[in-house]
Design a protein around this ligand. Structure first.
Ligand code: PEP
Length: 253
């Protein structure tokens, strides 16, 4: 049975105090209001990770993710953070291949494959992002494009390794734009991703893989999106910065 997950990607937002306040508010609301089995993941900036970890220790169902890791194990890479460092401070998940990393930092499918390997070697669970630009959507080839991203970065994994991966489908044209994919558009892609996973790893593995939707997901549209058969939760950007909105999304299953 696959897991329902709502992950909040804070991106480069929040001072330390703001981040800790947000974490405390989310933890309190989750404890008071969330009765389902949705897993909550917070992905603050690197420098907040250790203190957010201290706050969430012992909180039922609240987990910690980094937003990125470097594709090298260690060494002279000024300003970068490795998967083993993340593991050493108690991080459990790492977002890999967010479209902003692909676009602004030129991350390639091959580099992302190396990051996925390092994450798994260091006991981190990858939240692997894929998704098409507006241009690719309008060309009609978006399913092939997304499947190729998954193939080139993930399909070298063994079945056991692949089972540790969470997929996030994030159409770039919907990220931070207020333009959400319709539930039909999201379901079409999620079902295609699951079918593609089944073609490589079999139906059981595909059925157990959590596939999250990301792109202007908010309390007003989360219920409809999460009701889709193949949408197992969300990767939330803007709305994860407001505790009320974020927890209302968590409660949308
Ligand atoms: C994201 O960047 O992962 C994202 C989904 O952002 P937003 O929710 O703001 O569209």
């Amino acid at each position: 049975m696959r897991q329902h997950i709502v992950a909040g990607n804070w991106k480069m937002n929040n001072s330390l105090n703001e981040g800790l306040k947000l974490t405390t508010e989310i933890m309190n609301m989750v404890a008071d209001e969330v009765r389902g089995n949705a897993k909550v993941i917070l992905a603050p900036p690197f420098i907040h990770l250790t203190q957010v970890k201290s706050l969430i220790k012992g909180a039922k169902n609240v987990h910690l993710s980094a937003q990125n890791c470097n594709h090298n194990p260690s060494g002279a890479f000024t300003g970068e953070v490795s998967a083993s460092m993340l593991n050493s401070v108690g991080v459990e998940y790492v977002i890999i291949g967010h479209s902003e990393r692909r676009e602004y930092f030129n991350e390639t499918n091959a580099q992302l494959a190396a990051k996925v390997n390092l994450a798994l070697e260091n006991n981190l669970l990858p939240i692997f992002c894929c998704g098409e630009s507006l241009e690719i959507r309008e060309s009609g080839n978006f399913i092939d494009f997304i499947c190729n991203q998954i193939k080139e970065s993930l399909f070298h994994l063994s079945e056991e390794q692949f089972q540790k991966v969470v997929i996030a489908y994030e159409p770039i044209w919907a990220i931070g734009t207020g333009k959400t994919a319709s539930s039909e558009q999201a379901q079409e892609v999620h079902a295609a991703i699951r079918k593609f996973i089944a073609s490589k790893y079999g139906a059981n593995v595909a059925d157990d893989t959590s596939i999250l939707y990301g792109g202007s997901c908010k309390p007003s549209n989360a219920k409809e999106l999460f009701a889709c058969a193949d949408v197992d939760g969300g990767l939330i950007g803007g709305a994860s910065l407001k505790s009320r909105d974020f927890v209302d999304i968590v409660k949308s299953f």
